[in-house]
Design a protein around this ligand. Structure first.
Ligand SMILES: [Ca+2]
Ligand SMILES: [Ca+2]
Length: 182
């Protein structure tokens, strides 16, 4: 049986592999950010949309490309897992440098009314629009992330949830479903 971590990473991989090719490339990461902008009705050339795309593509450069050198710029699931395991998941301190900036950029683009908080609608746009996660999964994840139940998710709440998605080893952790059922 697959470990919890591999199953979670498979859900994340599938959320990036929107065309179901079984392979990821730099474009897969950029496309997720582009799909987010489209779902928010933001033109692709908008500076915030461009920045989010570039920051998202840095995940490919930092985490996956080093493992994909033999396969012509595409990574299959095993290479993706190796990159994640070796380049980020071994040391939780790596999250801040590698993944937190991506979450920050997504949050800023997704915060449409710029009040510094994500409403449920804004959160749904991010995860349904950008990562094609089913709506009902996103609704329950929003409730979990909104730990003080004030109806909004803060940057800190979102970063905590994404961190736990990657680093929690408990099969029951609610953050495991960030990118859908696993
Ligand atoms: Ca907002
Ligand atoms: Ca809250």
């Amino acid at each position: 049986m697959e470990t919890v971590r591999r199953r979670k990473l498979r859900a994340y991989f599938n959320s990036l592999d929107v065309r179901g090719k079984g392979m990821l490339s730099s474009d897969s990461f950029g496309d997720a950010a582009r799909d987010l902008a489209v779902s928010l009705d933001i033109p692709p050339e908008h500076p915030g949309a461009v920045e989010t795309r570039l920051v998202s593509e840095s995940l490919w450069v930092n985490l996956v490309a080093p493992m994909a050198s033999y396969t012509g710029g595409e990574a299959e699931f095993e290479e993706f897992v190796q990159g994640m395991e070796q380049l980020m998941l071994k040391d939780p301190r790596d999250y801040k440098q590698i993944f937190a900036p991506v979450v920050e950029s997504w949050f800023e683009l997704g915060d449409r009314d710029r009040d510094g908080l994500l409403s449920q609608d804004e959160y749904l746009m991010m995860l349904v629009g950008g990562h094609h996660v089913p709506v009902d999964e996103c609704q329950s994840m929003f409730e979990y992330l909104d730990s003080d139940a004030d109806g909004y998710v803060t940057m800190l709440e979102l970063q905590g949830g994404v961190f736990n998605f990657f680093y929690s080893t408990s099969a029951e952790h609610p953050a495991n479903r960030m990118f859908g059922a696993f």
